[in-house]
Design a protein. Structure first.
Length: 464
């Protein structure tokens, strides 16, 4: 069920917190051995939390009793948060990240932390510490990365909702691969303090904590509950929540594009974008073809910051410890090392270009302040795959997911909604993007699409 429906049942007395927790424990014990979505889970600890919630007579928060999960790169006190690395084996934070503290204060029941690729630098979830996470739609395929454990758990009903993080598509690609919803908010709308590693430097623009769930209504509930300025975080803005009406949402013209005219997408991906566009037209929106001309420049800047600067940030941590690194993280390092080292002047120029290019892109979006486009050029790929033939053209690993990378450097909110299916019956999502700080606009328009298509559980979950 959607998280909002589970909460209605709790409030109405149709189910206790302990009973709802037990249903999730049952699902975890049956399906997690196949999915390997968790980095830390203890059924006894969950049961104790649930009993305490049922026994308490405190005012109920908006998430009271809701069983949730947290990506193991977001500090969660008392739970293993090792970022998928042997170098961090056994790390258990003493304090919650701000977003996790707000989840607890709202009454959420934390089931555990979920698996991710080592140091978050991959679109596939596997590491030497906890192993490989599988996609509930097809165990031979990845649920994506870096929030792959989170997306697999939510899609298969092991968790009602949760938190991931995104510097290059890391909540959006897993949502697309597993058929759930997710939001990459404007940086700071959901406070990022407590993310591991910190969202600082260029990652203050690229990196965010985002909510993931099975419906846009669930994602929106988490966004509303967790957003708000963190006064100790210089990156967290004092932006008030808005609740735009449908008429106010319709005032935003929507520009849609099927591809970026550089890297092809599958026929079913094109169909999903067009299906979503048609639903919005029928709902009274103006939807026309439009594609910003700055996309390739944005992608090159993303590469500069995420790949080059990401490798530079981790260099002190991994120095002399390469034998303990996972194949997936070594793959990221080899990608970074394939380009010449970046000089201080090049980095400074790139930082300046980032601001100028964001300005140019936002100017180009005046007529179409909302964009509709693919999440990736392909559906969930098989474990270890790194190249594909799409429309008779070769597509390489990072190019297949370039459709998310633009919006990290733009610092724009983006929501993923499942819409279509591949010939292999894998989910295909679409992406709704708005201008920075217009998160509620992206969520509101995405909800129109979600109401027309809706969540479909994977066969693995239904079969159990």
């Amino acid at each position: 069920m959607p998280a909002v429906r589970q909460l209605e049942m709790l409030r109405g007395g149709q189910i206790s917190v302990a009973e709802l927790a037990e249903a999730h424990i049952h699902q975890i014990e049956h399906l997690n051995p196949l999915l390997n979505a968790f980095a830390d889970f203890d059924a006894g600890r969950v049961r104790a939390q649930a009993r305490a919630m049922d026994a308490a007579h405190e005012p109920e928060g908006p998430l009271h009793g809701l069983p949730v999960t947290i990506k193991s790169s977001i500090a969660t006190a008392g739970f293993r948060c090792e970022i998928g690395s042997l170098l961090n084996e056994g790390d258990v934070p003493r304090e919650d990240a701000v977003a996790v503290a707000r989840m607890r204060a709202a009454g959420a029941l934390i089931l555990g932390t979920t698996n991710c690729p080592e140091f978050l630098m991959a679109y596939e979830t596997a590491n030497l510490l906890h192993g490989r996470t599988n996609n509930p739609w097809n165990l031979e395929r990845t649920p994506g990365g870096s929030s792959g454990g989170e997306s697999a758990a939510i899609a298969a009903g092991l968790s009602a909702a949760g938190l991931g993080s995104d510097s290059g598509g890391s909540v959006r690609v897993p949502a697309h691969f597993t058929g759930i919803c997710a939001v990459k908010p404007t940086p700071g709308r959901i406070p990022g303090r407590g993310h591991l590693p910190p969202c600082i430097g260029p990652f203050a623009v690229l990196g965010v904590i985002g909510s993931m769930a099975r419906t846009v209504a669930d994602v929106s509930l988490l966004f509303r509950t967790l957003s708000g300025q963190d006064r100790d975080d210089p990156l967290s803005p004092p932006v008030l929540l808005r609740t735009p009406t449908l008429d106010q949402l319709r005032a935003n013209a929507i520009g849609f594009f099927e591809d970026d005219d550089i890297v092809p997408v599958t026929m079913e991906t094109r169909a999903a974008v067009n299906s979503a566009a048609q639903v919005l037209r029928e709902a009274g929106f103006r939807v026309e073809p439009f594609r910003p001309h700055t996309l390739e420049q944005l992608r090159k800047l993303w590469w500069r910051f995420f790949v080059h600067c990401g490798a530079m940030f981790y260099e002190p941590t991994i120095r002399g410890r390469h034998a303990q690194l996972s194949p997936i993280f070594n793959e990221f390092l080899s990608i970074a090392e394939s380009a010449p080292p970046i000089t201080a002047t090049e980095l400074l120029n790139a930082w300046a270009e980032l601001d100028l290019l964001r300005e140019k892109t936002l100017e180009a979006m005046h007529e179409f302040p909302v964009l509709l486009c693919p999440v990736a050029g392909i559906p969930a790929f098989k474990h270890g795959e790194r190249s594909w033939l799409v429309e008779d053209r070769p597509v390489e690993y990072l190019d297949a997911v370039r459709y998310t990378q633009w919006f990290n450097v733009l610092a724009a909110p983006a929501v993923v909604v499942p819409v279509g299916r591949s010939p292999e019956d894998l989910p295909i999502g679409v992406q709704i993007v708005a201008r920075p700080f217009e998160d509620e606009t992206a969520l509101g328009i995405a909800s129109v699409i979600d109401s027309a298509f809706g969540f479909r559980p994977p066969p693995l979950a239904v079969g159990r």
